[in-house]
Design a protein around this ligand. Structure first.
Ligand SMILES: *Cc1c(COP(=O)(O)O)cnc(C)c1O
Length: 430
């Protein structure tokens, strides 16, 4: 099968509609697949194909706004673009307050402090390390709960046994944009007098129980990091319907200033800049097109991987809205011809930099691993499931031909599983 690179690189550089925002890098060439690279063949892709390559959309509007920012000479400190971004996000999510923050990690830290979380807070182990680190950085101990193997989200049934007199709250994570069981978590929290907030970093524009994620719990935190669905280079936001909490967060993210020369609260610098807000506003304007590309990529992967034994993509509930930002593949070691790690090695050899998110779980990373070397006894599903997951490249930077090739590579590797395993064993380790 041929992959004419000229056709790929002729994609529109700045179109705003449909597939035309699917921009290919002109230098990318897809080589024909006679032999897998692990067998000594040529790499399928001349350039690495990353997971989370930024969605660069609506370029012209963004650049216009950058010019306006420079003309304004107002680069940060609650400028007009930050205010507009916050209004747009709040109205899009149907939530009263949006406070934009320089990134989601600082946003989590500010939210943790604003909610007076102390002592211990229960979080899933299976999440990006920032969820745990934000607590640790505030000298709150993250206590890791196990996952529900059907959803990979925190299993509310495992929370109760982790509660101690020091526990002050729970941070749920909507992993890959699929909401955790907010009803069960909040019922339990109410019974045990705990505060609930959510790390919604993956879940911008996703819904839960028919309502946009953003208004669950005391507050929710989004990430607009370059790799996330909606990006503002770096960025994040805390959204809440609680007026007092919003007021406190606004003070905390700007050194506690209330007006000029008047500091009334301890605080830090969590401000978003104007140029970041301009990127966020511009991306938000074309969000439907970005979702359409992601969804089409998801469908193509789904078709392309169809019939490969032991491989399954996570499902997105079609009754809810999803951003389809993550192509998450579960490789069942009991039925697939190759395990996850071998498949990842095959893909990396072809320049497809698939990722093992969020293996091996926060409890297996420092400093948590040393603090509690026995945590894994309480996390059997995290231990069992995290070695099965691989996240594949998607987003507006990935085209149909590339996805077709990635599926072909996997099929070819599975069809030659024995040879793949021996090639990997004999390969010099790098
Ligand atoms: C990306 C991410 C964060 C951190 O976001 P930044 O904006 O990069 O600080 C936190 N939690 C989860 C689950 C994430 O995926």
């Amino acid at each position: 099968m041929m992959f004419p690179s000229a056709q790929l690189s002729s994609a529109s550089q700045h179109g705003h509609s449909g597939r035309s925002i699917n921009i290919m890098q002109p230098e990318q060439a897809i080589h024909p697949l006679p032999t897998l690279a692990i067998f000594g063949g040529k790499k399928s892709f001349s350039q690495p194909l990353h997971v989370g390559r930024p969605n660069i959309v609506n370029r012209d509007r963004f650049l216009q706004r950058v010019n306006q920012i420079l003309d304004n000479r107002w680069l940060t400190n609650n400028g007009p673009f930050v205010q507009e971004f916050e209004r747009n996000i709040a109205s899009f999510l149907g939530v009263k307050h949006c406070i934009s923050i320089c990134n989601a990690t600082i946003a989590l830290e500010i939210a943790i402090r604003a909610l007076s979380l102390k002592g211990e807070v229960i979080v899933p182990s299976y999440t990006f390390i920032a969820t745990a680190h934000a607590l640790q950085w505030q000298e709150v101990t993250p206590v890791f709960a196990d996952m529900d193997p059907r959803t990979y989200n925190i299993n509310p049934d495992t929370i109760d046994e982790l509660i101690t007199p020091r526990t002050s709250g729970i941070i749920g994570v909507h992993l890959w944009g699929r909401a955790c069981d907010t009803a069960a978590i909040e019922t339990l929290a109410a019974r045990r007098g705990l505060t609930v907030m959510y790390d919604a970093s993956h879940a911008f524009s996703c819904s839960h129980l028919g309502r946009k994620i953003g208004s669950f719990g005391a507050c929710e935190v989004f990430s607009f990091h370059a790799t996330k669905f909606l990006n503002s280079f770096e960025g994040g936001a805390i959204v809440t319907n609680n007026d007092n909490l919003a007021e406190k967060i606004r003070l905390m993210c700007n050194f506690g200033f209330k007006g000029y020369d008047n500091v009334i609260h301890p605080g830090t610098n969590g401000k978003m800049t104007e140029v970041c807000a301009a990127m966020g506003i511009s991306s938000l304007e074309v969000i439907d097109e970005t979702i359409a590309v992601n969804q089409q990529n998801y469908r193509q992967y789904k078709n392309g991987l169809y019939g490969m034994k032991g491989l399954s993509l996570i499902e997105y509930d079609t009754a809810e809205s999803n951003n389809y930002q993550y192509i998450v593949l579960e490789v069942d070691p009991n039925t697939a011809a190759l395990n996850r790690d071998d498949l990842v090695k095959v893909l990396h050899a072809e320049n497809v930099l698939a990722r093992k998110y969020f293996w091996p779980g926060c409890h297996n990373m420092e400093p948590y691993r040393s603090y509690n070397p026995h945590a894994h006894f309480l996390l059997p599903q995290t231990e069992r499931m995290s070695p099965r997951i691989v996240v594949l490249p998607t987003g507006t930077a990935v085209g149909c031909d590339e996805i077709a090739r990635i599926c072909e590579i996997m099929k070819s590797a599975l069809d030659q599983a024995c040879q793949v395993r021996s090639a990997l064993e004999n390969r010099p380790t790098v």
